[in-house]
Write a protein that binds this ligand. Structure first.
Ligand SMILES: Cc1cc2nc3c(=O)[nH]c(=O)nc-3n(C[C@H](O)[C@H](O)[C@H](O)COP(=O)(O)OP(=O)(O)OC[C@H]3O[C@@H](n4cnc5c(N)ncnc54)[C@H](O)[C@@H]3O)c2cc1C
Length: 340
């Protein structure tokens, strides 16, 4: 294990921002993580985990130790005639893990195909797409406490999963580094075709899981800019959730604004629709654009520093708030330069 100093993280974040880590280490085993934590304690450094950097807005200077969680391995740990539990280590690529499981005849992850990033980060924001969330499949997680080095398995019920949220986003949860994820998958060819775009793509007939996965991949490729070509962090804003009363008022003024009822009487609104209604698509400032392909995606063509992206995004969200009276929240994590 080598701890490097002043490492440029431009290739470690899909927005392609310039960010220099004070210290950086790539850990490929639990022992590597534990060793890195020990060094960090000895040097009194804060520790920040990073996977593929597809959901972060990195500051120009990142103090402390940036720990790239790169443990590899995928295996079936138990199975019955109906289902299997697979263990995937945190540094595996999420999409590759989805394809691996699917090719073994283990189903349930197809709707989550092609989401960028690492397996270890997937539970952090409870990744979701096309009517599915990873929380539905998580059995338990292996975690290491970054200050005490305690190693634990956490059950799904301990992770407080919610829409793009989990225990790991709380102050207490941020203390834990995820090193492995166990997923409960079905041996029966189950599918989840509830999301409108997916219904449109595959129709209402009975389809096999591979048709769902192929449809998801095709839709994603057509709708989302590829971060390798156009640096971005996926959806830049979360879809806002409002009360039924607020939703009713908006419905009167904007009958076409898509609304999705949630449990508990709240309503999710389409942020993309509101941004589109304000004609932001294709507009730019300081080398930062609202994607031509998808109004929720902010593309960085030439900005170097996080503030350029944040300032532009703030203009977009301010205009939505002024017109619709709805507050947009940024989805990727705005990482602080100095955490402690
Ligand atoms: C083009 C594009 C499309 C996307 N589409 C979707 C989508 O459909 N649905 C969706 O939900 N998301 C989507 N995202 C967001 C992103 O892919 C997910 O959030 C992904 O899980 C991030 O993985 P990562 O490894 O890149 O995490 P990073 O960006 O490296 O980290 C994200 C957060 O997780 C923490 N973290 C990372 N690894 C660990 C670990 N091992 N233990 C503890 N904490 C950790 C980091 O500290 C940070 O807080 C998209 C992003 C892009 C660029």
């Amino acid at each position: 294990m080598t701890i490097q100093e002043r490492v440029q993280l431009r290739s470690f974040n899909t927005l392609g921002l310039t960010s220099v880590a004070e210290f950086f280490v790539r850990a490929t085993s639990s022992e590597g993580v534990l060793e890195a934590l020990q060094v960090a304690r000895a040097k009194n450094l804060c520790v920040r985990a990073i996977g593929g950097g597809s959901n972060v807005i990195l500051p120009p200077e990142l103090s402390g130790l940036t720990l790239n969680v790169a443990l590899k391995g995928r295996t079936i740990v138990s199975q019955s005639s109906q289902e299997a539990i697979v263990r995937v280590y945190a540094g595996e690529d999420w999409h590759e893990a989805v394809v691996w499981a699917h090719e073994l005849g283990l189903y349930g992850l197809e709707n989550l195909a092609l989401i960028p990033g690492s397996v270890g980060a997937a539970p952090v924001q409870n990744i979701g797409a096309y009517g599915a969330e990873v929380a539905e499949r998580i059995a338990r997680l292996q975690v290491i406490h970054r200050r005490t080095s305690e190693v634990l398995w956490l059950a799904n019920s301990a992770c407080d999963f919610a829409y793009r949220d989990s225990f790991f986003k709380s102050n207490e949860g941020r203390e834990w580094i995820i090193t492995a994820v166990e997923l409960r998958l079905s041996k029966l060819p189950i599918t989840n075709i509830t999301y409108p775009a997916l219904i449109e793509a595959v129709g209402s007939r009975q389809v096999a899981p591979n048709e769902v996965m192929n449809a998801v991949i095709k839709i994603r490729r057509s709708k989302l800019p590829d971060p390798q070509v156009e640096p971005n962090a996926g959806s830049f804003f979360k879809n806002p959730v409002v009360t039924q009363e607020e939703a009713n008022q908006l419905k009167e003024q904007y009958p076409k604004l898509p609304q999705y009822p949630l449990d508990g009487g709240r309503v999710k609104l389409s942020a993309a629709w509101m941004i589109d209604a304000l004609n932001w698509r294709g507009q730019s400032e300081q080398g930062v654009f609202v994607s031509e392909k998808h109004a929720l995606v902010i593309v960085n063509r030439s900005a170097k520093k996080s503030h350029q992206v944040i300032e532009f995004a703030s203009k977009v969200s301010r205009s939505v708030s002024e017109r619709f009276g709805v507050q947009l929240h940024v989805e990727p994590e705005q990482v602080a330069g100095n955490e402690y």
